[in-house]
Design a binder for this molecule. Structure first.
Ligand SMILES: CC(C)(COP(=O)(O)OP(=O)(O)OC[C@H]1O[C@@H](n2cnc3c(N)ncnc32)[C@H](O)[C@@H]1OP(=O)(O)O)[C@@H](O)C(=O)NCCC(=O)NCCSC(=O)/C=C/c1ccc(O)cc1
Ligand SMILES: NC(=O)C1=CN([C@@H]2O[C@H](COP(=O)(O)OP(=O)(O)OC[C@H]3O[C@@H](n4cnc5c(N)ncnc54)[C@H](OP(=O)(O)O)[C@@H]3O)[C@@H](O)[C@H]2O)C=CC1
Length: 338
């Protein structure tokens, strides 16, 4: 999607903060913000770590990007970074099912960001939530459309040890509650599994999810479904909801849902020379049913999504370019703008 599609004003003269700036999605948010002319204050846990060096190579970074040291539980660090900003993109979060490592930083980190944003009187906070805060409800039929009114069932997340989904749900709920109390204008973007080119030097968990099917490490695929979206579209959605004054509430940002069997079929068609599994690990149960996610709210704002085949293609090509995945074969396919 062309960046010119962002309908509202440019970022010139505006300063925004992006938390966890060196991460997979945040790096793309920083890239698009810099391209729009914003001045960006990015928080990272260690500005000197080589894993954040790619940020300094982004176009515009030399003049308009500064990195600020801040752990999610370090209120003063976050406050310093958010001070003087017009807006905040709160993307930093642990991604783990370890309750201790997940819940406290995700929830209290988010509260810290909202409080610091309120003190700095920012115009808007955009929070990166997750479909994990939406779909985990065993009592909701998979035939029902899942939209922004849906929330994951906290007891179910707890009882099934889905601490990542639990943490993201509680963090988003806390963000809404505190934003209301402090008068902060909050909008949330809710992506499913995010794919596409990595700007950072190493793989993250959602690209690792694809990598295991090409590396030979996964010998079968699981009987499960997930929805997917291109990382550039997710970053774009963050800018779109930030720059559109009428944007409000939650925005599911999902392109399409695939059963893992459909995912490996696409990969095998695009990259037939990799050892992609052809067998499901579950030969007993019927195929897991898709969820019916609706991204209509975003589409109504003009959002156009990259097809899932292109997202998968871009993911694999990026892993090859980074030297993470050996090049076995590249089928001709229109490469999207990296
Ligand atoms: C989709 C997830 C996120 C990743 O899955 P995965 O690690 O790629 O594993 P699979 O779901 O493909 O399947 C597990 C199967 O693959 C196997 N497996 C597994 N890694 C291997 C292997 N490296 N070799 C070989 N076999 C393997 C594993 O043993 C198991 O085998 P089996 O069930 O017998 O088929 C998965 O953890 C999951 O569904 N979690 C529930 C949470 C969830 O739904 N989250 C909400 C949407 S996703 C989201 O918000 C993500 C946020 C995120 C935030 C930050 C990030 O950095 C990254 C992501
Ligand atoms: N990737 C996906 O498929 C999806 C991701 N999301 C959400 O998007 C956001 C970004 O995910 P993604 O880019 O994939 O993840 P990454 O792991 O690539 O990035 C996460 C970032 O959060 C930072 N971070 C983690 N814990 C802390 C902490 N305690 N204090 C400060 N910073 C911290 C990391 O910093 P450091 O570099 O210092 O480790 C890193 O920069 C998260 O909120 C995640 O929940 C939602 C749906 C899907």
């Amino acid at each position: 999607m062309a960046l010119d599609n962002v309908s509202s004003g440019s970022g010139y003269g505006k300063t925004v903060c992006v938390t966890g700036a060196g991460g997979f999605i945040a790096s793309w948010i920083v890239k698009l913000l810099l391209e729009r002319g914003y001045t960006v204050k990015g928080t990272v846990r260690n500005p000197d770590d080589q894993k954040n060096a790619h940020l300094k190579e982004l176009e515009g970074a030399k003049d308009r990007l500064t990195l600020w040291r801040a752990h999610l539980l370090d209120f003063q660090g976050l406050k310093d970074a958010i001070s003087g900003c017009h807006g905040v993109f709160h993307t930093a979060s642990p991604m783990t099912n370890d309750a201790e490592k997940m819940v406290n930083p995700a929830v209290n980190g988010t509260k810290n960001v909202i409080i610091a944003a309120a003190e700095a009187k920012v115009e808007r906070v955009v929070f990166t939530s997750s479909i994990g805060a939406v779909y985990m409800d065993p009592n909701r039929s998979r035939d029902v459309v899942v939209d922004e009114s849906c929330w994951s069932d906290l007891e179910f997340c707890k009882n099934t040890n889905n601490w990542y989904c639990y943490g993201k749900t509680v963090a988003e709920l806390a963000a809404w509650e505190l934003a209301k109390e402090k008068g902060v204008d909050l909008v949330t973007v809710v992506p499913p599994l995010v794919m596409g080119p990595i700007l950072q030097p190493t793989m993250n968990i959602s690209t690792g999810h694809i990598f295991k099917y090409l590396s030979g490490s996964a010998k079968s695929y699981t009987n499960d479904v997930h929805a997917y979206v291109h990382v550039r579209d997710v970053a774009f959605a963050h800018l779109l909801v930030y720059e559109t004054p009428s944007a409000s509430g939650r925005y599911i940002c999902s392109q399409s849902s695939l059963h893992r069997g459909e995912l490996v079929e696409i990969l095998a068609r695009l990259f037939p020379n990799y050892p992609i599994p052809t067998k499901c690990s579950d030969e007993i149960n019927p195929r897991a049913k898709h969820y019916k996610y609706s991204s209509q709210k975003l589409k109504d704002m003009g959002m156009e999504f990259t097809p899932v085949e292109q997202s998968l293609y871009d993911t694999v090509i990026s892993l090859q370019h980074k030297g993470i995945l050996g090049v076995v074969h590249t089928k001709k396919y229109a490469s999207s703008k990296l």
